[in-house]
Design a protein around this ligand. Structure first.
Ligand SMILES: NC(=O)c1ccc[n+]([C@@H]2O[C@H](COP(=O)([O-])OP(=O)(O)OC[C@H]3O[C@@H](n4cnc5c(N)ncnc54)[C@H](OP(=O)(O)O)[C@@H]3O)[C@@H](O)[C@H]2O)c1
Length: 161
């Protein structure tokens, strides 16, 4: 049987996920959540996100979507499309997590079975990368935990179809 596919993302109230090639925030609790969730599993991401997080290869199987596979280091699976990425990931370790960026999430929303969403309660004005509107794809809330640090307030949500 095919493994389920999970999306994992942190986005602002106005659905910003990135700014100038990085995250618009630094939220240590969310970084830990993301690292812990994906450790020992398989992560799928676009080439920019991989470039930003080369350390993901430690403790994870990694599938990168790119048209330039020759730029991807040995040991990382390079593929041309999201369907191909999911097919390859089916044979790799643990669960399958789609980790961005924008196009991976846009295409993944219809394919995914569960969404781990950290909703950052802020409006980011100068974001340049966005998460698509997820509500009609993932209407069922399975779990919710509110949290904050000295800079940000955020909610960890687990959503299903
Ligand atoms: N908040 C979060 O949870 C989160 C998560 C991930 C990323 N981010 C942020 O998002 C930004 C990076 O995302 P991004 O959207 O700019 O880039 P990205 O998706 O990481 O990478 C884009 C590149 O990946 C390849 N690609 C991605 N999807 C593809 C597809 N479906 N088919 C074919 N090729 C595909 C292409 O590679 P080639 O050009 O190599 O052919 C494309 O140029 C950064 O700011 C990062 O911090 C945030």
């Amino acid at each position: 049987m095919a493994k389920p596919v999970y999306l994992i993302v942190a986005c602002s109230e106005n659905r910003v996920i990135g700014r100038r090639g990085g995250l618009p925030w630094s939220i240590p609790e969310d970084s830990r959540f993301f690292q812990d969730k994906t450790r020992g599993h398989t992560v799928i991401m676009g080439s920019h996100s991989f470039g930003e997080w080369p350390g993901c290869v430690k403790g994870r199987d990694v599938v990168v979507i790119t048209h330039e596979p020759e730029k991807i280091p040995a040991g990382v699976h390079a593929v041309h499309s999201l369907p191909e990425a999911i097919k390859v990931a089916q044979g790799l370790r643990g669960d399958i997590y789609l980790c961005g960026g924008q196009r991976v999430y846009e295409e993944g929303l219809a394919l995914g079975d569960r969404l781990y969403l950290t909703l950052v309660h802020a409006m980011i004005d100068d974001g340049d990368t966005f998460f698509p509107d997820w509500r009609r794809y993932f209407p069922r809330e399975i779990a919710r935990r509110e949290s904050s640090d000295e800079h940000w307030r955020y909610t960890f949500l687990t959503l299903e179809k």
